[in-house]
Design a protein around this ligand. Structure first.
Ligand SMILES: *[C@@H]1O[C@H](CO)[C@@H](O)[C@H](O)[C@H]1NC(C)=O
Ligand SMILES: *[C@@H]1O[C@H](CO)[C@@H](O)[C@H](O)[C@H]1NC(C)=O
Ligand SMILES: *[C@@H]1O[C@H](CO)[C@@H](O)[C@H](O)[C@H]1NC(C)=O
Ligand SMILES: *[C@@H]1O[C@H](CO)[C@@H](O)[C@H](O)[C@H]1NC(C)=O
Length: 365
């Protein structure tokens, strides 16, 4: 998920944690209820709606503990945002599908009394975001938060007090931002001395070498120390080994573990689809999405390779394999002004999000 309007709040916090790497178990999103699926008809063909999500694992979420005594809430670990927000009992009916944190049952909860809205420009599902339809109303607070045995006392959190309908089916309670800026929960951990490496699978403060083979390739963030987002510069992009003048262009690409799909500007999106099949067409009822009859998808060769430059100067490619098209969802959504890759690329790699080194590492799994 990518935050559209930035919050800039940073509070000092006191951290009590053993400074060793921690691993927490994540689960992937399961098929949500029918309400979420209705809107995503891709093509007028007779496609069973369940197919849009069947077999996908594009969102990763896991549990954290909030408050004293601890209440368990599940979070998406989102490299596309910076703050920690979760459903609360102040939300009520709009959050009825989520486990809600109850601040009245926590002795360490400190209400901040300040409400604001947070609008995301990409969402957790495979839907494109239209206008401001992904919006949370948040109330600020400080609380004790623990992730996998690491505890921060008095860290800044935001309670969700209302949310727009697209958030309603989410099987998780909130979003734990993991931006490369040293702030919020992970910033507090790093200030406290935890090694600065995090990961979406997720080991905090270390690298789990049992999870991948071969070398880790690191690429530097474009502007160390000031990046709001995890992004890398790509000199060129190819589809099935072919490129063209539009795709062979320097682009900054955001890596967002909280977004399922891939977003490119409309002209780039259409150029990629044109190299896959002329029959992939815009889907009029949902701007930004494209579709083709599902039964044709298994026959479409579609390896999208995005080139980057490693820290040693050599080029390397990250690829989104054909299989990502096979669930009939629109893999790439058109979104002008942004290039972003989400779960459908990241799930094929072991990734290292190194705040201290201002770099991202990738290894084949
Ligand atoms: C999160 O906690 C709930 C119970 O509070 C449990 O059912 C679930 O399995 C946990 N999820 C993970 C990924 O550990
Ligand atoms: C809540 O936000 C207000 C306004 O920005 C700020 O003055 C206050 O310190 C914050 N409180 C907490 C507990 O975060
Ligand atoms: C919650 O948000 C919805 C829009 O999604 C709005 O219609 C409703 O009035 C809001 N409720 C409160 C209590 O602000
Ligand atoms: C891509 O652009 C670079 C210059 O930026 C050029 O050297 C290269 O030949 C181009 N590749 C293709 C396949 O068009």
């Amino acid at each position: 998920m990518l935050r559209l309007f930035s919050l800039c709040l940073l509070l000092p916090a006191w951290v009590s944690a053993q400074a060793t790497p921690q691993t927490i178990q994540l689960q992937s999103r399961v098929a949500p209820g029918a309400t979420a699926l209705k809107r995503r008809a891709l093509s007028p063909a007779n496609i069973p709606l369940a197919d849009y999500f069947m077999g996908t694992d594009l969102q990763w979420f896991g549990n954290i503990s909030v408050g004293t005594p601890p209440q368990t809430v599940s979070m998406v670990f989102d490299t596309g945002s910076a703050t920690l927000e979760f459903a609360s009992t102040l939300c009520g009916a709009p959050c009825s599908n989520q486990v809600q944190f109850d601040p009245t049952k926590s002795s360490t909860f400190v209400d901040g009394g300040h409400e604001q809205t947070l609008t995301f420009s990409t969402g957790a599902g495979v839907d494109p975001v239209v206008g401001d339809n992904w919006q949370l109303t948040l109330r600020n607070a400080t609380e004790t938060v623990s992730i996998g045995g690491l505890t921060v006392v008095g860290t800044e959190v935001f309670l969700v007090t209302n949310q727009t309908a697209p958030f309603a089916p989410d099987p998780f309670s909130g979003i734990q931002g993991l931006s490369p800026l040293v702030e919020s929960f992970f910033g507090d951990l790093i200030h406290q001395g935890l090694p600065s490496v995090g990961h979406a699978e997720m080991t905090v403060g270390g690298i789990d070498h049992s999870k991948f083979n071969g070398p880790l390739t690191y690429a530097s963030l474009p502007a160390p120390g000031v990046n709001d987002f995890w992004s890398l510069i790509s000199p060129t992009l190819s589809v099935n080994g072919k490129t063209n003048s539009l795709l062979n262009t320097t682009t900054e690409i955001i890596f967002d573990s909280g977004t399922s799909n891939v977003l490119f500007p409309t002209d780039v999106t259409e150029s990629i689809y044109a190299l896959i099949s002329p029959d992939i067409l815009p889907h009029a009822s949902e701007p930004g999405t494209y579709g083709i009859a599902c039964d044709r998808i298994p026959k479409l060769p579609a390896v999208i390779a995005i080139q980057f430059t490693a820290q040693d100067g050599s080029p390397f490619e990250l690829t989104i394999p054909s299989i990502e098209l096979s669930t009939c969802q629109t893999l790439i959504n058109a979104f002008d002004g942004l290039s972003l890759v989400g779960g459908s690329l990241l799930k094929h790699y072991y990734s290292v999000w190194d705040v201290g080194g201002q770099r991202i590492g990738f290894a084949a799994v």
